[in-house]
Design a protein. Sequence first.
Length: 265
Amino acid sequence: MKKAFSDEDLIKNLSLYYLNRHLKKKPIEKYHRKIDESPLHDREKYKKKTEILLLNSFMHHFPDVKFEDLTCESPDFIAKFNDKKIGIELTEVINHLEMKKIESSLNKIFRQAEILLEQEDTTKYRGVYFLEFHSNIRPDTLENQQEIILNIYKSIRRGKPVGCVKSIRKSFHRRNVFITHEYNMNLFDELCSEKILELIEKKNEKFPYYDTSVDECWLVIVSDMNSIASRYTFIQDKEHLHQVKSPFHKIFHLENLCGNITSIK
């Protein structure tokens, strides 16, 4: 069976996070090796590696947390903290649902453009390319996708925007070609507290099915700020979050770019 994700894809995923100076590299590398040694399917390994990357900022706030079981399901991880066995359930809050599908399509397009450039000359084009697109981009058909791939390919070769590419910025990378979205923050990009509360309510319903051997179960809600679909500037009506009722012992909201954390419970 063909692998759903290659080892190179996983390296690329981790490499982007290495650009963040806050990254705790050694624990991440150690946890990724443990996941690789597990009997999980490649797709599940990829999912677990991505999840533990999202918890990087969490590790800075709780440096004494030591993950023991990285491959369980309910909750997502088992850790030790202050001589207690802690279950950690991780979930991502999506701020822009309409962008989720577009972003998924663009990530596949990025990979195809990376392959073209690496096949031509990896040494010449290696680096991390941050791309911004014009607002009328439509990656919903095969024809459009091929045109976008070609525009990206030409933009990187020429070092200036072509077609649907609005801007391009390059950062150093010593090994491969990596293409991602340019980070642009809208000053009025709000995350409605109701979306967080709805997520908590859904997780509350599943709480009785989590591992009962843990001393405490924590819920960590993450805004993946490296994703267009999850970005936000501020949480609207933040005070509503402190009224939440939940069987989880602790609930946190975490954004993974600057590492800001909000204790909800």
